[in-house]
Design a protein around this ligand. Sequence first.
Ligand code: NDP
Length: 500
Amino acid sequence: MTMTTTLDDGITDVPHWLMPVGGSEIESASSQWHDVIAPSQPGKVLARVPAGTVEDVDAAVRAARDAQREWAAAHFTVRQKALLAIASDIEAESERLAVLTAQDTGNAIRTQARPEVATLISLFRYFGGVAGEFKGAVLPAGDDQLQYTRIEPLGVVGAILPWNSPLMIAGMKIPAALAAGNGLVVKPADEAPLTVLKLAEIARRHLPSGLLNVVTGSGREVGQAIVDHPGIHKVSFTGSTSVGRDVAASAGRRFAHVSLELGGKNPNIIFRSAATPARIEATVAGVLLAMRFTRQGQSCTAGSRLFVHRSVLEPVLERLVDAARQLVVGDPLDEKTDMGSIINQRQYDTIREYIEDGRQQPGVRVMLDGLDHAVDGEPGLYQGPTVFAGVDNSWRIAREEIFGPVLVVIPFDDADEVIRMANDSHYGLAAYIWSADLDEAVSTAHRLEAGWVQVNQGGGQVVGQSYGGYKESGIGREFSIEGAIAAFSQTKQVNIRLST
Ligand code: NDP
């Protein structure tokens, strides 16, 4: 729900969104607002959202807990029906959500925003479908005993989201937590909160009052309040490794459950057999997809370290640069656009700083600098695909997550060498292997230290699969039913002596 108010600064025509807390849509207890800036139009205030406080978090937690008990006590088909109804309502409003995603995040409508909404719908359907699978087992303990387990919800889940694809990541947490019988307090990123508020508005039509709450506001205040609140039984965090480390430490102090989906610097490995004349085009197209250029590289699963067998390095580079050059960079709402805008000036400056650092390295080959793609006359923060060759795996641009459209290319000579380089990272989220040799592909997949490996394809997560990181890319799995059972529920054992 939105309202328009006249504020001291004279801005009256900007919609002011309220946040759903308890049974109502409210302003912040502080009466302060946060400006949401459209990434593709820096300086333009798209909307204002409440600058939430510790008090707002407390009200949201209490409401979620009150509503959650009845929700958890119901037959699973009640939860199933609600999740399926939410999916249908999102579908009916999918174009509105896609446009809002493009405005709020800068992600292009055709290549990113619509697919993100489609994934969200699938996730509500998936968790609606498997709502009855949060079930226990009966032990064959003899005729005089009934010994069984119940899979019970945790209580209230605090879900903290990043800005890069907020709807999809909300979809990884909200339907799973609800299907398990939990209530929620969701905190979207300050940079991109609008789609999450819209999603909550739709979802709440089908949920008990107060079960699903959203508190907008800064990570330092609202995020930290969620992590520290004794009524939050589980913190489900997606964001950077540095913030995730602090979140885990704070939640750990009070033994709250935690799952962390963090950063990545993911290897993309092209073996010789994937770059034959018959396969090279498909391999290069898949690498572009895996690199998530169409999300401006602002993806934790971006395959941003490209290892290419030395014997096929030059033909791969030639085709890769040609194909990357074809990507249309510009207005996220334009149907022709492949790549939209970087989220904000700070992120844009960070990306440019990494590019300048890469340019300074001895022996580097700048194959493509996305500044060539600068969009004339457009005010957005546009950085097109950027490709560095001649890179060493020890350089900063090869080790740190840039979270921008920067691909580094590193040659290799044999499988042992490339696996050693690929695993030489504190991250371990995703990996991509391109090979026509089944033994080579599978043995490499098994030896890579990554939570998710794809062979000869580079697309995004599909419902039902396992998803999560090794090493500093995170803890826990939430995407699959097995992951959701582990992440959003707890097991109770009941042993009963029967009179026989
Ligand atoms: P941040 O870690 O900066 O922020 C993530 C969320 O945490 C935001 O809502 C932020 O609030 C909040 N936050 C900040 N400080 C605290 C705190 N002290 N306590 C609790 N919450 C806090 O990440 P970004 O939003 O910049 O997202 C980019 C990062 O997310 C990248 O590193 C990327 O790899 C990772 N990511 C991981 C994914 C995965 O599935 N593994 C998927 C997508 C992104 P606010 O910003 O509003 O102040």
